[in-house]
Write a protein that binds this ligand. Sequence first.
Ligand SMILES: [Zn+2]
Length: 233
Amino acid sequence: MLQTKQLRENLYALDDGMVRAFLFVGTDKALLIDTGLPGDGVRAAVAALTDAPVQVLLTHGDGDHSGGVAAFGEAWVHEKDWPMLADRDKLRLHPLKEGDVFDCGTYRLEVIETPGHTYGSVAFLEREKKLLFSGDSVQKEGPIYMFGATRNLDLYIASQRKLLTRLDQFDTVYPSHHACPIDPSYIEKDLEDALAMQAGKLESTPETTMPCRTYRGQWVSFYCDDRVLRGDN
Ligand SMILES: [Zn+2]
């Protein structure tokens, strides 16, 4: 069951318990970050909050973020993740890239490319309010999904380092999964654990239902596989 929670003035989390989308209600339009799992649950929750036209932005192409996009028909997504989208021929897709700005009057979201979790992963920065919407790249505890053909650990590590150079621009991080909001110090913590995983320093156990192992870091865990660890994607 999708729960709507107001986070700040004109900002809502739409959370089904597994993944959350974020709605920014503006002066004459709304912005939506992510669309949840397949179905029209997020669309219905948005309609209950605003009549304004909704511009849909995706943090990345994973199905738990892009699943509900068909209910909107149109989305702005990094081009590298277009191949991940189900039924993409039926969608009106627009690219987004580093530095693009989406403004609804009350919130102004700037794109920061953060490839690694997927090749087209992005975060959205609200500079004036000092908020970062991190998608799956920054999380507390996790697990962060880093297995399969769409992941790249070197890029993930580089993206965490890139976010560290911008720490002065935000003081709160809103991840799509698990604890939310979290402190920006998790960027460095996730980086530390990702580096330890890459160096073979984390203990791991096999997952029984997915083709990966769980690597437990000090701050966050990862679902990862040998191919990603070798950097073969
Ligand atoms: Zn996700």
